[in-house]
Ligand binder design. Structure first.
Ligand SMILES: [Mn+2]
Length: 314
């Protein structure tokens, strides 16, 4: 069955962002990724960096059939009409020199702006340029990479044992990262830096990857989205046909799709210009200054926020 043109796809969305697949490493959960790609239909698919892991392939060659299948699947999607955009990351930085070219229908760009169905501009970048470790001490990043590889190896061993005992999947490295306090400040520093740059570029939000931690929240008026990864958390960011954004979690299998881990806080979203809002929505974090200037720009008076919520949001 050709699922690329299948209208019964489990997840039919406008846009999908995935990153940090790390194809070419044993850590890549290619089977789960294949299932996700087969179950998903979208107009635009962004590959937000660290798709193929050049750093590890250089150390030792690892390329099983499933990794080939993922590449074939991506090329096939591009052939069948999905717009596929590849934004290289640090592990596949070799691809950066091909930016503005296209291969097999896959566009390669350093970064780009995605406009959502409701008119918001999201800056799409892998994010490594805002990683203090990579910018200041690349050797440390390589050492960290080897340590990370080892953690993933233990993680695989642990989860095989857990599976045999009937326990669900559990990510050791995710657990360690969240436990280590320094790592938390590393993550929040990264998030703040990326959000700041998005704002500097005049974007309403940013979509990135790199730190293997799916997230969607507002940072100083900028929507920060991280699509996670396919070595530990198995997450993707999707945009529905109405522009609503969501992080979906595939770690419990695609049967649960769409298993939403983070839905956009639609009611408090400050990025929807009033003239684009489909229904009057209670705006809890209204920015009076922004709204006034938007009203001036459109020459229209703003309606009083209604207390009735649109259907489906109440
Ligand atoms: Mn990266």
């Amino acid at each position: 069955m050709d699922l690329d043109t299948d209208t019964d796809a489990k997840l039919d969305v406008r846009t999908v962002w995935i990153s940090d697949l790390h194809l070419g490493t044993p850590g890549c959960q290619a089977q789960a990724l294949l299932e996700f790609l087969r179950a998903t239909r979208c107009q635009t698919l962004y590959l937000v960096g660290d798709i193929v892991d050049g750093w590890q392939l250089r150390r030792s060659w690892y390329w099983p059939q499933a990794h080939n299948d993922v590449v074939q699947k991506l090329l096939r999607k591009a052939r069948k009409g999905t717009r596929v955009v590849f934004v290289p990351g640090n592990h596949d930085e070799f691809a950066r020199r091909y930016a503005t070219h296209s291969f097999g229908g896959i566009e390669v760009v350093d970064d780009c702006i995605h406009v959502t169905a409701d008119g918001r501009r999201l800056w799409v970048t892998h994010g490594d340029l805002f990683d203090g470790v990579i910018q200041c001490a690349k050797w440390l990043a390589y050492v960290g990479d080897v340590a990370y590889e080892l953690t993933l190896k233990i993680n695989r061993w642990l989860n095989r044992a857990r599976a045999r005992l009937g326990f669900p999947y559990w990510s050791l490295s995710k657990y360690l990262k969240l436990k280590v306090k320094r790592a938390v400040s590393y993550v929040s520093d990264f998030e703040a830096a990326v959000a700041r740059e998005a704002r500097r570029r005049g974007a309403d939000g940013v979509v990135c990857g790199h730190i293997h931690h799916a997230e969607m929240r507002e940072i100083d008026g900028v929507l920060y989205c991280n699509d996670g990864d396919w070595v530990e958390s198995l997450t993707a960011l999707v945009e529905h046909h109405d522009g609503r954004l969501e992080i979906v979690d595939c770690s419990t299998g695609i049967q649960a799709l769409p298993a939403v881990v983070a839905a956009e806080p639609r009611l408090v979203s400050p990025w929807v210009p009033p003239q684009l809002a489909r229904a009057p929505v209670q705006r809890e974090t209204a920015h009076p200054r922004e709204e006034a200037s938007a009203a001036r720009a459109t020459g229209r008076l703003l309606r009083e926020p209604s207390t009735t919520l649109p259907a489906g949001l109440g």
